[in-house]
Design a protein. Structure first.
Length: 583
């Protein structure tokens, strides 16, 4: 890692903590002052506590982006000269489970072509590691791998299908390390939707050679190739805001950077000696194999003394995502269970403090939704003046900061404004930086795209919050998510399917609007930004799953970063080869 990222990391962490605590205490203090100065009921105490937690979490996201803006480095051309690297090959692993085999093979073919053009094919061996249980799917996998071998005779391409998929993806990679790890100094781990440029792969091997203590180097994958409105929106956000957020993480990572499970290079010896994962002994949801194994593997590497680094300056790393909200929520459900499992790991012996904190952040990324939902629910019940509230009213012995007389409507407006400011201001600063000061010649249409993305994310957020709340409750009740594919190819949805899938979200939205009207009619206006998207969830999910053409996306301001535009050639190869391999 460069010296500017290493030096002063403790000060940056401390500054982020102080910033978040000060901001959250300010919000909570104003809210406390708006409540009764003499008496507090149980709902008001609960609301104060929930608001403190929620604003603390929102402030952390804002602090990370602000640090990324302050300490972000410009993206420079990669040092990617294959002549300076050792002749020993690096393994590229593609673990798959019930994927679209021709699509996966097409992505590998696009990367192989790029390596061939750089005269770097000798530096890599390809390993397709299948965990598929369906015999027909497995037969297609074997067929497309044979086609790859015939197309690229100069490449070393291997296919292995496990007889027992014990441990899921983590077990698949672990078995490769046990069987073949001794033959490779490094391994690049991909996902089924990964794409990486040849320059990027060569550069990563060079970095590992130059830094003997570097155990894992994580890139920041940019979303590419999405065509629905929902996909275009999150793809724009990835290009516009993703790298700034990653720079903020890098500014605080020290020796404990993140691992996101793919598009990263790992020192095989370090992984083999320190990343053995336990099988948790608990309920179906909290026990068994660790689903979000990547985060645990990164802290185990750091515990063993290896440097784990995420470098946002590395370009040419790409991935895809589900094209609609239902597919996105299904994938998020699996991640939710995996992150909540980290509660069983966070107390493990000898972990680095920042590693423990990173696991806690992962847990909070899902608990924050039910915390915020609980605050909204308590706020809806507060104006009802129920007898139970009076039964638990007690004298306020806390310091009185000065009472601010405020109706529920104005209280709701103030809170809404504060939350919106926490969410909007960091994104606004990123847009302004990219448009006026960025190195990527971002079109000024990015301002329009930023505005459209803010509105879109505000509409999507309540719906996704409800999905996350359901996921958390299911995990707490012991329901295992199972092991399904990633819904990457799910696109436009029929309206009837959306109505059948999320009618319950609409019911929650209608109930919230009804409670706000009964409690205090003026509060209804401030509940609308959250409740209305829930009420209209089936139509929002249906409409956002429709494809948006490139010209329409440009008119909406959804411009791509130069790095995302650089993926165009790879994506064209993927589309061509995918069609060829299906013949």
């Amino acid at each position: 890692m460069d010296k500017p990222f290493r030096d002063g990391v403790g000060h940056r962490r401390a500054a982020a903590f102080v910033f978040c605590l000060a901001l959250s205490l300010s919000f909570t203090g104003l809210f406390y002052a708006a409540l009764s100065a003499d008496h507090l009921n149980i709902y008001e105490v609960v609301r104060i506590a929930l608001l403190f937690i929620s604003t603390l979490w929102l402030s952390w996201g804002g602090a990370t982006v602000l640090l990324g803006l302050l300490y972000g480095r410009s993206v420079k051309p990669l040092n990617a000269d294959p002549r300076g690297l050792p002749a020993s090959a690096t393994a590229i692993l593609m673990p798959i489970y019930h994927e679209d085999a021709p699509e996966v093979a097409a992505r590998l073919a696009a990367m192989m072509d790029d390596l061939r053009a750089k005269n770097a094919t000798h530096l890599f061996h390809w390993h397709v590691l299948s965990d598929s249980r369906d015999e027909e799917i497995a037969a297609v996998e074997e067929q497309v791998v044979r086609q790859l071998v015939a197309r690229y005779p100069e490449q070393k391409i291997f296919y292995r299908r496990r007889a027992d998929n014990h441990g899921r993806k983590a077990g698949n990679v672990a078995e490769f390390v046990q069987r073949c790890g001794g033959a490779y100094r490094y391994m690049v781990v991909l996902d089924a939707d990964s794409l990486m440029r040849a320059d990027t792969l060569v550069h990563m091997v060079g970095r590992m050679e130059a830094e003997p203590n570097l155990g894992l180097l994580q890139t920041v994958p940019m979303l590419v190739g999405l065509k629905s409105f929902f996909g275009r929106s999150i793809m724009f956000a990835s290009g516009m805001f993703g790298r700034s957020f990653a720079f903020g993480l890098a500014a605080m990572q020290g020796e404990c950077g993140p691992f996101w499970g793919h598009n990263a290079i790992i020192r095989t010896r370090a992984f083999a000696s320190s990343c053995g994962l336990p099988e948790l002994d608990d309920t179906a949801a909290f026990g068994g194999h660790i689903l979000s194994h990547d985060s645990v593997e990164s802290v185990l590497l750091a515990r063993a003394g290896w440097q784990v680094e995420c470098d946002p300056r590395i370009t040419g790393s790409y991935e895809a995502a589900p094209e609609n909200i239902l597919g996105y929520a299904a994938r998020d459900r699996r991640w939710c269970q995996g992150n909540l499992q980290h509660s069983r790991v966070v107390g493990a012996r000898a972990l680095k403090p920042w590693g423990r904190f990173s696991l806690i952040l992962g847990i909070m990324s899902y608990l924050s939704s039910p915390v915020w939902a609980a605050f909204l629910l308590a706020s809806l019940f507060a104006p009802l003046d129920l007898p139970v509230l009076q039964a638990y009213t007690f004298q306020n012995h806390l310091p009185v900061l000065g009472h601010i007389p405020m109706s529920a409507a104005y209280e709701g407006a103030a809170l809404l404004f504060g939350v919106v400011a926490l969410l909007v201001l960091p994104k606004t600063l990123v847009v302004l930086k990219e448009v006026f000061l960025g190195q990527e010649n971002t079109s000024r249409k990015g301002v329009l795209g930023g505005f459209v993305e803010l509105i879109s994310s505000a509409v999507f957020a309540p719906v996704l919050m409800v999905f996350q709340c359901r996921s958390v409750f299911e995990v707490l009740m012991g329901r295992d998510s199972g092991w399904t594919n990633a819904h990457r190819d799910a696109g436009r949805l029929p309206l009837l399917d959306c109505l059948k899938s999320v009618w319950w979200v609409s019911a929650i939205g209608a109930l919230a609007m009804g409670l706000s009207w009964i409690g205090e009619a003026s509060l209804w206006l401030w509940v609308m930004p959250v409740a209305l998207p829930m009420l209209l969830a089936p139509f929002i999910i249906w409409a956002s799953s429709w494809n948006v053409g490139s010209r329409a996306a440009e008119r909406l301001g959804f411009v791509l970063s130069s790095d995302q535009k650089g993926a165009a050639q790879l994506l064209a190869h993927v589309e061509k080869y995918s069609a060829d391999l299906r013949v």
